[in-house]
Design a protein around this ligand. Structure first.
Ligand code: TPP
Ligand code: MG
Length: 286
């Protein structure tokens, strides 16, 4: 059996600020991989650009740090090419819900079995604290000196509205629980979103560990039925001022829906399948 340290890349240390919530996410991913004894050679972490997106650098698995907003289509491509791989996206809220929003919606619709872990810190951490799409309205940041003017994105409600079948919220300050959540997502045969409350102790000081610690509530332990989509929407739409439900919010268990994993086009190495296409293209040759 492997342990979490086996997935840590040797001789490199994360460049995150002391106290960054990404340390908790990083530890939880490695604990989840160990819990399921995943082979590092069959595991691919894919990041975009940002602090959370750098996570593949510190991991002794396969990994890519790609382009801002683009880890999802790349991860979907990897999984379609080789369904045996455990593919995990680690990216920020700016990356996923801002520049990558179109990909987010369509990756959910594609329902390819990958795990998408989003570090939701309310800011663009790497570029020094501008408001992200989840920033509360009125928040003063370097890019919003008069207060963030837009309505914040609700990632969980949005994911369910797009057809998401595994929609969860984690908290970076409760690592063993987050590890269990990630392990559950890793075993799900469909696209799995885990939006993680991730304190950025440098650029979003009001939303620190103390803030979340006093508000997070384990949804299932409090009686939530994660198979009930209406109840799940109610939790997702709940005001977060006093209580914030965490854990699996919605999980569709309808086994009749077979996700689209693997891609017959790539598997088709028999030229016979491709013949009509080649013939069609050959008429455009010079
Ligand atoms: C196309 C493009 N636009 C903008 C940037 C600059 N940039 C780098 S990281 C980043 C935001 C990162 O925020 P988030 O995804 O929330 O990650 P965090 O650093 O908070 O973990 C931006 C705007 C970029 N690298 N590429
Ligand atoms: Mg961010």
């Amino acid at each position: 059996m492997r342990n979490a340290m086996d997935y840590k890349r040797k001789n490199v240390q994360p460049n995150w600020c002391p106290g960054c919530g990404n340390f908790g996410i990083d530890a939880a991913i490695k604990m989840a991989l160990a819990k399921l004894d995943r082979d590092p050679n069959q595991t691919v972490l894919v990041g975009g650009i940002g602090c959370g997106s750098n996570l593949p650098y510190w991991s002794d698995t396969y990994g890519l740090v790609t382009l801002h907003g683009r880890p999802l289509p790349i991860a979907v491509g990897i999984k379609r090419a080789n369904d045996a791989l455990q593919v995990i996206v680690t990216a920020g809220d700016g990356d996923t819900y801002g520049i990558g929003m179109g990909h987010f919606i369509h990756a959910i619709r594609a329902d390819v079995p990958i795990v998408c872990i989003v570090g939701n810190n309310g800011v663009y951490g790497l570029t020094k604290g501008q408001a992200s799409p989840t920033a509360k309205r009125g928040r003063i940041t370097p890019s919003t000196p008069q207060g963030a003017p837009y309505v914040p994105i609700n990632p969980l409600a949005l994911a369910m509205a797009a057809g998401g079948r595994f929609v969860a919220r984690g908290y970076a300050g409760m690592v063993p629980m987050l590890a269990d959540l990630i392990a559950e997502a890793m075993q799900y045969r469909g696209f799995a979103l885990i939006d993680v409350l991730q304190p950025c102790v440098v650029y979003n000081k009001n939303f620190d560990y103390a803030y979340y610690q006093s508000r997070v509530v384990d949804a299932r332990a409090s009686g939530h039925d994660s198979g009930d989509k209406t109840a799940a929407f109610q939790l997702a739409l709940m005001s977060e001022d006093k209580k914030i439900p965490i854990g699996v919010i919605y999980k569709e268990t309808n086994a009749t829906l077979e996700p689209v994993a693997g891609c017959s086009f790539i598997e088709a190495n028999d030229i016979g399948d491709m013949q009509p296409l080649f013939e069609h293209y050959s008429q455009f040759k010079k």
